[in-house]
Design a protein. Structure first.
Length: 129
């Protein structure tokens, strides 16, 4: 397990999230669709810390998964990340969205971030691992 690759993958995940949910990308749409408003009293520090912890768990799991599959390049890692993102994360999120009655666009935004983050994490870990 390459801890440098894992830490870089966690940082990349956090940067992707900041860009993805920024106001110039999908942030405004996400806030509107999810019923949140900017500065509504959320304590973002603990949320970012928990998000980083989740990204760490994802990166460690991705590293293990890439090791088990023998993916040892950025391209192979990205493909595994795509499979993980679509096959596990986005598909699991889909049922929750259906039964919660959430808008399809909200699903596309949140699942899209998860898939892109998994692809990038897989590519980084595959390349550096």
């Amino acid at each position: 397990m390459n801890w440098l690759a894992i830490i870089i993958a966690v940082i990349a995940n956090m940067v992707i999230g900041a860009l993805w949910y920024g106001n110039w990308a999908f942030g405004k749409s996400w806030m509107k669709l999810s019923g949140h408003t900017m500065g509504e009293g959320m304590q973002v520090g603990p949320l970012y810390a928990l998000t980083a912890l989740a990204a760490l768990v994802q990166a460690i799991t991705m590293s293990w998964f890439l090791g088990q599959t023998g993916a040892n390049s950025g391209a192979a890692g990205a493909i595994i990340g795509l499979y993980v993102g679509l096959g596990f994360v986005a598909s699991a999120m889909f049922a929750e969205v259906l039964f919660a009655g959430r808008p399809p666009r909200l699903y596309a935004i949140t699942a899209g971030y998860s898939v892109v983050a998994a692809i990038v994490q897989g590519a980084i870990i595959g390349f550096l691992g």
